[in-house]
Structure formats: C-alpha cells, structure tokens
Design a protein around this ligand. Sequence first.
Ligand code: FAD
Length: 328
Amino acid sequence: MRTAYGVETVRSAEAALMAELPAGALMQRAAAGLAAAAAGLLGRVYGRRVVLLVGSGDNGGDALYAGARLARRGARVTAAQQGERLMERQLDPAAARLLRAHLEELGVEVHTECRVRGVRTGPAPSGGGGRTATGVELADGYVLDARLVVLACGVRPRVGLARAAGLDVAKGVVVDDELRTSDPAVHAIGDCAEHAGVLYGLATPALEQADLLARVLTGAGGDGSGRTHRYAGTRALTRLTLPAADGSLDLAAFGETEPAPGDDVVHLADATRRVYRKVVVRADRLVGGILLGDLGAVGSLARAWEGDEPLPADAPLHHLLIDHLGGS
Ligand SMILES: Cc1cc2nc3c(=O)[nH]c(=O)nc-3n(C[C@H](O)[C@H](O)[C@H](O)COP(=O)(O)OP(=O)(O)OC[C@H]3O[C@@H](n4cnc5c(N)ncnc54)[C@H](O)[C@@H]3O)c2cc1C
C-alpha cells in the first residue's frame, strides 16, 4: 500500500490505482506508456496546462520525457519539483542545470523547491458523478489550474503495522544483508524494505531481493558451495532521451554522482554543445558517473560499475571518458 500526495492505493494492480484517481490525473508508468497515454490526451490538453509533479526517482525522468513531448506538441507544461534541482538523486548541480536549460528551450516551465499540497478536482464534464483534476494546490496556497496532472512523485511505504510490531523502521522497514528485520524471525523485501538506507520502489530490486531471500531461507550454501547469500543492493543505470531541435539529448547516470572526501573526480564539460561527462572513482573502483549529450562511453562505464572491478592501474582516469573516441 502506498500514498502519493493524498492518493491512497490499497492494491498493487495498476488498474486499481488508476480507478482511484480522478480523470485527468495519470500515475506515471514507463516513459513510453506515459508518452502514449499523454499523446492520446493531446486533443484535450493542446494549449492548456499540464502539471507534472516530478520526484527525484527514476520515474521523474520519465515524466520529464513525456512533458517535453507534450510541450513540443502545444501543451503548456509546468514541472513542479520539490527538491532543489531536477533529478537530484541522479544528477549533480551542473548536469541538472543543463537538463533544465534544455527543457526550458523545449517550452517546459520548471519550478524547483516547489512543494505541492494536493490535487484539486471538480465534477467531470461527462457527468455521472465522476471527478476530474482541475489543478494542483501549492504549499503557499497558490492554485495552478491544470487540464492534466501527472503524478511522478514517488511512493512511501506504509510502515504502521511494522512499527506497531516493534520492528526497526526508518523510511521503510530496516533490513540487513540477509533481508532480515530487527526481529530475526521476520524478513522484508520489495517496496516496504529499506536496505543500507535505500528504498528502491522498483520491480527489479524487489525481484532480486525475492530471489536472494528464497536462497537465504532454503539455507545458505544449500547449493553445496558453502557460500552465504548476501544482498549488496541493486545497481540500476538511469537513461533518458529527450527530444531536441536537432535530434535528441541523451542522458545516463549511475551510482554516486557526488564525490565523498578522498574520491577522485574527472569532468569534461562543454555547455555550448550541452555535453557533460563526469565519473567518480573511489580508490581503484568506479562508484558513479553522469553522461549528458554524448553517451559513447556508457557501455564501458556501466560494465566497470556493475562489475565493481578494479580499474586498470596503468591508464589515466580521463581515459574512462574518452577511450570510446578511439583514444582522441
Ligand atoms: C503506477 C505504478 C507504476 C509502476 N511502474 C513501474 C515500472 O514501470 N517499472 C518498475 O520497475 N516499477 C514500477 N512500479 C513499481 C513496482 O510496481 C513495485 O516496485 C513492485 O510492485 C514492488 O513489489 P512489492 O511486492 O514490494 O509490492 P506490491 O507489488 O505493491 O505488492 C504488495 C502486496 O502486498 C499487499 N498488502 C499490502 N498490505 C497488506 C496487508 N496489510 N495485508 C495483506 N496484504 C497486504 C498488497 O495488496 C499487494 O498485493 C510502478 C508502481 C506503480 C504504483
């Protein structure tokens, strides 16, 4: 169960979620699906306001993609982001500025540090007692009228039951590397589980956790190897392709994109051509990176990060960003 800006859901089936939303409010799903849904509504939103409630998760990027496409096709799109910058979990301030400039060029109005209090609804024009979204109310009471509202603001696990049972709860139910809660007889996986401070809210980590827990419960080393099974987190790269006047603007981000003390950072930036590349290296491992505008290096960087393998000791770090250019 989850709550998103006052929209309560009690079942995971998307149909059930959609049934609970007023007409004119979309829950973000995969970018392509959302863009198709939004395009289907274009007749209704042409020249009128669409408000995207954008969070910092992966879904926020997908919502921006749909918003960019709608703006290009004549809708007045406003992106409201509660955080300081767009995609703040994935992008550093410099990359977020480039992304914002690009969206603004496409006609998307971007508001950061903009807290939304709720979605306003009114009677649906079709009658029958249905409701339709009419706008969003900001924390300062200002109401933005809207013909369509897209919610991509994330989910929060409902932790009351776990808390009442005496389990350790932070944002989610806290679990260790064997997905065990503070009560050794209780495990938690999926959207409600918080591992190493991370709540994923995505299907792939939930599936990986389910798979690992099955192995933990059937006995460590049950495969005869004597190995214990430990969850080390799920590594997922964020990709986004936005329309651009002369093609598209690509973006990829992964891992920790802000360095910790002692980390090495390599940057390549060209604001005019809207190209930005950055990697963060800790000791001999790649721990994060951002590529915007030119994703030529994404394959090799993603492999080095996902594999968590030592980087070659004999190559300068900037080679990580330029090797795909044939050493230029
Ligand atoms: C609209 C929407 C779109 C999404 N799109 C994507 C996507 O494109 N890609 C992606 O990777 N992820 C997506 N997700 C996230 C993905 O659905 C979840 O990460 C995944 O379903 C998590 O699995 P889960 O088993 O933890 O939770 P759920 O799938 O939510 O299952 C939880 C189950 O527990 C039941 N339950 C809850 N409380 C109780 C109780 N007290 N007693 C008994 N049963 C209870 C619920 O009824 C539900 O059946 C989307 C989510 C939503 C809401």
